[in-house]
Design a binder for this molecule. Sequence first.
Ligand SMILES: [Cu+2]
Length: 351
Amino acid sequence: MALLVGSLALLLSGCSAHSLERDLRFGWPTGVTKQAEEMRVLWTWSGVAALIVGAGTWGLIFWACIRYRKKNDELPRQTKYNLPLEIVYSIIPMFIIAGLFYRTVVVENSVDKLTKNPDVRIQVDAFKWNWQFEYHSYKDASGNTVQAVYPGLTNQLAAGASAANNSNGMVPNVKCDEASGNQSYACGSSGGTTDTANSPLYLSTVGSDDEIPVLVLPVGETVRVDEHSADVVHSFWVPEFLFKRDVIPFGTVSTNRDNQFEFTATSTGSFVGRCAELCGTYHSQMNFEVRVVTADVFQKYVAALASIGPDDPARQYKALQQAGMNPVATTTHPFNTSRSGAVTSQNPGAS
Ligand SMILES: [Cu+2]
């Protein structure tokens, strides 16, 4: 106990309570979102609670060893069934577990929370084996919401006026009008608009064999992700967000069960993203990059995407360049996903 108190006093004398709390990580990795920090706080205080229980347990063990060590051959007094003691050591752990459970639920609910008006709405389309990111809406420099146009889609936000009243922010089931032959994966849960004049068209970017898809997002803004899979179950995972969520395929006509989540990035930078669900041959190569930038750079990027237009295959490269960023992903690189090429190179005996 003296050792623990002494080392705590030493720690406390060198730093403020806040920085001490921040540094007491017990192995928890550094996250870059508000939600990751909430989880870290839960982890820190769970660790402190465990240390207190541990110190008490060690203290009692050592106290018993020293206090009741063998002094002579006389047998000590034998006791059993100490009811008050047994009640105490049953009730205290129950309170500890209830406290841990309560705090876990509070933090989990906060991580899962969907706000009514997120600043940015992204549809993440997963497919074997790459990603497409569609910017459905975002806030412009003066704080007004800009909605991108996805031709042929029902405006689900308008159609589902009740969405605003829906306490958990889920978008109601609205059928997507897109022609079934069009496999652009644009029939997501948040939908687009059909008739907004002067709105940017198809603000999207898609990965290929030569290009890692880069999801550019503004720092400090609430981002809603609507997940959509074109084929099998994938999982959107950004290790530095300390978060992943499965992307479940429900086809292009039933989107109300598509997973949604939100996060608010707190630091700028480039962070690798991966598919975290075994989805087929090239699952391990299904990487992307999240680039968190200032609001100013983000505005430049979406403006560039809009001006370049959806038909230019070098859209992402040019838009990143025009916004003053590195035009290619810096945290990962493209892989050759050609089936025939890969099989040949992996099977040199079959000539
Ligand atoms: Cu996948």
